[in-house]
Design a protein around this ligand. Structure first.
Ligand SMILES: [Zn+2]
Length: 461
């Protein structure tokens, strides 16, 4: 049965076995971060190797791994297996193959072990900070194979020719597109993001797929048109990074203006992940995931507890070594994870709908400068406090001068001195999130702001 048409039962069985092997044979023994964390929680890897048991582990994100925003903490995510450790924990069939070749061809044993254990390639991730994500040789194979699947989901074939206008940065999305094109057998050119360079490539290569960054796709498209780029053969525009409705509408307008008729499809790699998800050409059915390579959940962004949705997208990677992520908080907010067959293409894989990329770590133009503010860390300093009955966090531009602000509205418990509460809250938020709130406002229970937001208490102006 192909990867995308399995029944729920077949899918669950494949996922359960991949999860067990990832947790018991890879992450548990070889990830310094998870080894320490499991020990602190008093659990063994085997005890958390089923889906329901794994869900009892607290989800973690970049600030849990990189304390005080120090990116070197991310090294503790990288699996560290020597040859002897690998032989102790490798799965049976793989170990038997390697042991057989150890006798016959010693060099080949080493290469089997190293392909599985030695980080050889890095991309960078991070919302509030920038940290490296390591891949082994076998991880890159997984990324390439997932890329071949991505082509199927997007409705592309090896006859498609891809030209990218993405900046040449070491990101997971760029690496996944490069390896994916290779895995799918499509010609692909990545000349960088300078309009003249992309236009020059388009003169030489009749592209059927144009790759644009979701955030400023409309502008890039118009710059390309102005640079005289040959866009007439483009049939598909890929927007990288979970575009908002507004960004999609802007691209549709820009395509109209430059006179190109193309299907606009989104692809997205959540922060920390190495696989790109795509949507099928029917449109509107969300990102199609790879259930044998990842486990996708939603949690309440305020508390990290499991949530039906909307909630923060949390990922467990299966079959990826290098920097292996268990219950990783991506900072994306999603409306839901749908498990019914896709109404567009009939694939049975889980689909993530309504993704707002990096919504929980918005880049704010504060008066003190522009920076990513981790609202999960702000919430962590407020959840469950004995001195508050309730609170709200409001971020967004000030009506006075348009600069972004982080406002905390708090209702102190009866008998608490409001001034003491304001001081304590501001200090704890600074310690947890590395930033002082613009203002802490004391409000009655009925006077707390309401409105559209990322969760019940995290609001956007
Ligand atoms: Zn579909």
């Amino acid at each position: 049965m192909s990867w995308d048409r399995r029944t729920a039962k077949q899918q669950a069985a494949a996922q359960a076995s991949a999860l067990r092997s990832q947790v018991v044979h890879a992450v548990g023994p070889f990830s310094p971060f998870w080894r320490d964390r499991l020990k602190a929680l008093g659990r063994t890897a085997a005890q958390v190797s089923t889906r329901s048991a794994l869900a009892t582990l607290p989800a973690v994100g970049e600030r849990d791994v990189c304390a005080d925003g120090d990116p070197s903490g991310a090294a503790a995510l990288v699996l560290q297996a020597g040859e002897s450790g690998w032989a102790l924990h490798a799965e049976g069939p793989r170990l038997r193959r390697a042991m057989a070749s150890r006798v016959l061809r010693p060099g080949s044993y080493r290469s089997v072990v190293e392909a599985d254990t030695r980080p050889t390639s890095y991309v960078f991730a991070g919302l509030g900070l920038r940290w490296p994500v390591a891949s082994t040789r076998s991880d890159l194979d997984v990324v390439a194979r997932a890329g071949a699947r991505l082509w199927q989901v997007l409705g592309l074939t090896r006859d498609d020719v891809l030209v990218s206008a993405l900046p040449l940065l070491p990101t997971a999305a760029l690496q996944a597109l490069q390896l994916g094109a290779m895995g799918a057998g499509s010609p692909a050119v990545f000349p960088g993001h300078t309009a003249a360079d992309v236009a020059a490539v388009l003169q030489l290569v009749p592209a059927t797929v144009l790759v644009l960054p979701a955030g400023d796709a409309a502008t890039v498209l118009e710059d390309l048109d102005e640079a005289g780029a040959a866009l007439a053969t483009v049939r598909t525009v890929l927007l990288v990074g979970a575009p908002s409705e507004q960004e999609r509408a802007d691209v549709a307008d820009a395509l109209d203006r430059v006179g190109v008729t193309a299907t606009v499809l989104a692809v997205h790699a959540p922060d920390g992940h190495r696989l790109l998800w795509g949507e099928c050409p029917a449109g509107g059915n969300g990102f199609h995931t790879y259930p044998d390579l990842e486990l996708v959940e939603l949690v309440d962004p305020e508390t990290g507890e499991a949530a039906a949705g909307p909630g923060e997208l949390v990922l467990t990677q299966l079959g990826l070594r290098g920097s292996a992520l268990l219950r990783w908080r991506t900072g994306d907010v999603a409306a839901a994870v749908e498990t019914t067959p896709c109404p567009g293409c009939g694939r049975t894989v889980p689909r993530v709908v309504g993704v707002r990329r990096g919504a929980l770590v918005p880049v704010l133009a504060l008066r003190s400068g522009s920076r990513g503010v981790d609202l999960r860390a702000v919430a962590a300093a407020l959840v469950g406090r004995a001195d508050l009955t309730d609170w709200r966090v409001m971020v967004g531009p000030s009506p006075r001068d348009g600069a972004d602000e982080v406002l905390l509205h708090v209702t102190p418990q009866d008998g608490q001195d409001p001034t003491d509460v304001v001081v304590a809250v501001a200090r704890d938020v600074r310690d947890a999130a590395g930033l002082l709130p613009t203002q802490v406002v004391v409000a009655d229970a009925g006077g707390l702001p309401a409105g559209p937001g990322l969760s019940r208490r995290l609001l956007r102006r």
